[in-house]
Design a protein around this ligand. Structure first.
Ligand code: HEC
Length: 138
């Protein structure tokens, strides 16, 4: 009987440790690679990713912080009919702030985690940035 109790307590302790670990794990949005998203879902997902991928720590919505604001970026991209996704994939050169030191900061992002992001997620981020810009005009 005693042995059974010890084993049971052991199992309880083990399982409670496991649940602790689960709750500690950082919540991250996972999106299957081929997902058809509505415009609203893209904006919602893009908004989440913009904080999760730390874009928001440098890019404020409508004021210059450490980097150009989303509104300023969209202004330049729309005027030039340019594609944010191409830039984020490293296919297109920067057109907003071409100061070497600033470009290097953003380039470090592109070289890092942005390589591990899916097309669906990049598209969502671009859609969100466009949406924020349109909202700021209302
Ligand atoms: C550590 C700060 C930092 C973070 C984090 C950051 N950026 Fe930037 N970003 C910059 C700076 C500085 C520039 C200005 C240089 C430039 O225009 O390339 C910039 C420029 C840009 C541009 C304009 C590029 C152009 O054509 O000139 C886009 C678009 C952009 N960032 C998107 C993002 C997105 C999306 C994320 C998150 C996935 C992100 N950034 C995260 C600092 C950052």
């Amino acid at each position: 009987m005693k042995r059974i109790l010890i084993v049971l307590t052991g199992i309880l302790v083990l399982t409670s440790c496991q649940t602790d670990k689960k709750t500690e794990k950082k919540l991250e949005t996972v999106v299957p690679e081929r997902t058809e998203l509505s415009q609203d879902s893209k904006i919602f997902l893009g908004n989440r990713l913009f904080s999760e991928k730390t874009c928001i720590t440098c890019h404020a919505i409508d004021r210059e912080h450490k980097a150009p604001s989303v509104v300023d970026i969209m202004h330049v991209y729309k005027a030039n009919n340019a594609d944010i996704v191409s830039f984020l994939k490293g296919y297109a050169k920067p057109i907003v702030d071409t100061t070497a030191s600033q470009v290097a900061i953003m380039q470090a992002n592109i070289d890092g985690f942005l390589k591990q992001i899916t097309d669906v997620e990049l598209d969502a981020i671009a859609t969100y940035m466009m949406h924020v810009d349109e909202l700021s005009k209302k």
